[in-house]
Design a protein around this ligand. Sequence first.
Ligand SMILES: Cc1cc2nc3c(=O)[nH]c(=O)nc-3n(C[C@H](O)[C@H](O)[C@H](O)COP(=O)(O)OP(=O)(O)OC[C@H]3O[C@@H](n4cnc5c(N)ncnc54)[C@H](O)[C@@H]3O)c2cc1C
Length: 293
Amino acid sequence: MINAAGPWVDDIAALATAGRAKAHLRLVQGSHVVVRRKFEGAHAYIFQNGDGRIVFAIPYEDDFTLIGTTDRPFAGDRDAVAISGEERDYLCAAASAYFSEPVGPADVVSSYAGIRPLYEDNAASDATVTRDYVFAVDAPDGAPPLLSIFGGKITTYRRLAEHAMERLARHLAVPARPWTGDAPLPGGDFAGGFDAFLAEVRALWPWLPAATARRMARAYGTRIERVIGEARAPDGLGRDLGGGLSEAEVDYMRREEMAQTSEDVLWRRSKLGLHLPQEAHENVAASLAADFA
Ligand SMILES: Cc1cc2nc3c(=O)[nH]c(=O)nc-3n(C[C@H](O)[C@H](O)[C@H](O)COP(=O)(O)OP(=O)(O)OC[C@H]3O[C@@H](n4cnc5c(N)ncnc54)[C@H](O)[C@@H]3O)c2cc1C
């Protein structure tokens, strides 16, 4: 069994090993703010902050700039993490020290926060505790092994998965040969780069508005076929729920990406929540409710 429960990994390890596993985590909150685009270009900025930390500003969703992040100890309810006023002010002040136009709390159009489940290496500061991943394997004689994953980054997910399989191969009668190095992620099986792929999308479905074609090609890659299905015209995608988001797209997210709520659709599976009018949020919720009814 693989225990990749992120901030909950210690709980699962303790449960599955009847208390043998000890706690390994340091929970550190990180928050971000989103403001209207602060600069032209595709580059990011990294600002050296007065407290020794760095803060970044990254182009985000075409029209916005993402500013992050914070590091602060977290001990609250893991289901209810949210940016604090203090974190928002910290990020605004850090960015204001560098941009010619200051960033104030009133400029913040959105924010999000998460909890880093860092492996406790007893570093003095939350900013310097290791971001590497660490495994713990519990394999009592004759029982199936439990591999718990502590820490890690999205950027190292594939290496992490290979290492996890290496560790488990010792316990299971399966050869663990890495095979994912050249394997495309779902929808990523197109050669020749994104621009060539987008040109194919435009040629196949010329009736899709240009901005929608680009957004969908970027979001779904070759899986755009599964979203569009047999549609031959815009009304084949069902109603426009607002801002070019069709019922067919929401249905795809529900069917293939396990979206259950409007937050899943608008914030977790996409970032459409930033762009669409309030009415679209209500329409998505109603469309999902009808599907689940
Ligand atoms: C603020 C912040 C900034 C970050 N910045 C970066 C960055 O810049 N670059 C980078 O590479 N990485 C970054 N990371 C790290 C990255 O987000 C994680 O490495 C990545 O999300 C880990 O993915 P995961 O699927 O292993 O775990 P998670 O995304 O933590 O998912 C764990 C899942 O397990 C589920 N779960 C828990 N308990 C149970 C249960 N009992 N049954 C079923 N499911 C359960 C949870 O609901 C959750 O969906 C950042 C993380 C945070 C919090």
